[in-house]
Write a protein that binds this ligand. Sequence first.
Ligand code: C2E
Ligand code: CA
Ligand code: CA
Length: 458
Amino acid sequence: MQNANQEFSDEVSRGLRPGLTGRLIGLPGMETARARIAEWIAEAASPAHTGDLHMMLLGLRRFDTVNLAYGAVSGDGALAEVAARLQHCAASELEDPSIVAHAGGGKFMLAASEPCSRERWQLIAEQLADVVSRPIVVPAGVVRLSPRIALLRRQPREAVDAMLDRLSRALDRAQELRGQRLAWAEEGGKGGVAPPGRSAAQLEADLLGAIDRDEIGILFQPQFALSGGGVEDDRLMGAEALARWDHPEVGRIGARALFSIAERTDHLAPLSRHIAGRALTLAQGWPDHVRLSLNVTPTDLAFGSYVQQLLDLVRESGFPPRRLTLEVTEQALLHDVEQAAEMMAEFSAAGIRIALDDFGAGFCNFRYLKILPLHYLKLDRSMVDGIATDRRDLAVLRAIVAMAGALDLQVIVEGVESEAQRALIAAEGCTFYQGFLRAQPMSAERFLAVAQTSASGA
Ligand code: C2E
Ligand code: CA
Ligand code: CA
């Protein structure tokens, strides 16, 4: 039975069969993925060019034992959660076309059609591995998965099948490696694996000095209040601080990669402190109506001293606490929700508001909405992606906005990219939004100029 499964998923991952369960877990199968990748290759300006098409194949080690130990329902639930996490992560890291597909069993494929350095592709893989390794709550308990990832960049004139073949052989090898989660498919070789580029260990070492070398920067993404009129009538309401690492060799490293490296090096607390202190200082001169949002990591909330530390930083900066919002994800609450609720109550008492971030991205525990002192519900981008084209997506949004209203929560929508989406969220009664439609994350100087214009103008 296991062999038949193994054979089947091998065939699937080599693209010989479509992924049968793809639809069940909300992802396309390999057939669709191969067709899409073939289209990208056909459309490419210079087909001989290398470096614009990247793929990775993620395999969950010993996934069969999850089904055996927890039952097939829990196994399917875990796969669906992995699929949602991969999609969420890919959507936030990649700008150009990308596809996440189910390659059968415990295997997933990610392909992206964008110029990307070897280092960056590897960082994205590290991040996916981190995200997938986090505990997953299933009906029968909590599952921890152990992913392995094979990576490749397309070689000149390489066809889809050849790439898939290289990947799947490299993954087989990677599954056998101990203590190493990533393997590059060897170029031109027959299924070997090449050593990683700038290794995870090197990056971890680099991060230790990055704060002191002032390589960690902050961008601010404007947030707007929905008006009754058009998009240009929407008033600036605040900004979310988003961290970036300007690595001298690798180039710019995104927030998710930065935080997963920091997590592995136990460097989250100093990094969070640095970002919060910096953002608060930069926000100090903003006009009175403009709020600042800071992201809180799960690790922050696990430290009993976090509340006092942050309150001290706020006081030192002179930024008024009543204009500060903390964005907390459900992941951050998994550890100890009662303790998190107490900490949030202390923040609330100081006038700071709390937003539940990434709502709708993974599993939703509605109990959190009842027991936490929340002010805002921040809807994940995946909740609005389809509202302009799919009636069911709009129905889900409508129900959530109604529930938020009944709980006295204001809704902030994230990832608004089109006029159509903005018009719909306005009609549904959402209050605020951010997204590329109005503004990308920007430097502190540019944001200050935007804020000052908004204060003097409308
Ligand atoms: P998040 O809190 O959900 O932040 C929003 C992310 O969505 C940002 O990605 C932002 O650039 C992106 N985004 C905003 N509008 C759009 C849009 O219209 N379309 C698309 N495709 N994306 C949009 P970013 O900056 O890469 O941050 C990723 C995640 O890293 C954040 O997700 C947050 O969880 C974490 N993060 C970022 N900065 C910090 C930080 O300073 N502290 C902590 N603890 N976490 C951070
Ligand atoms: Ca956020
Ligand atoms: Ca979010």
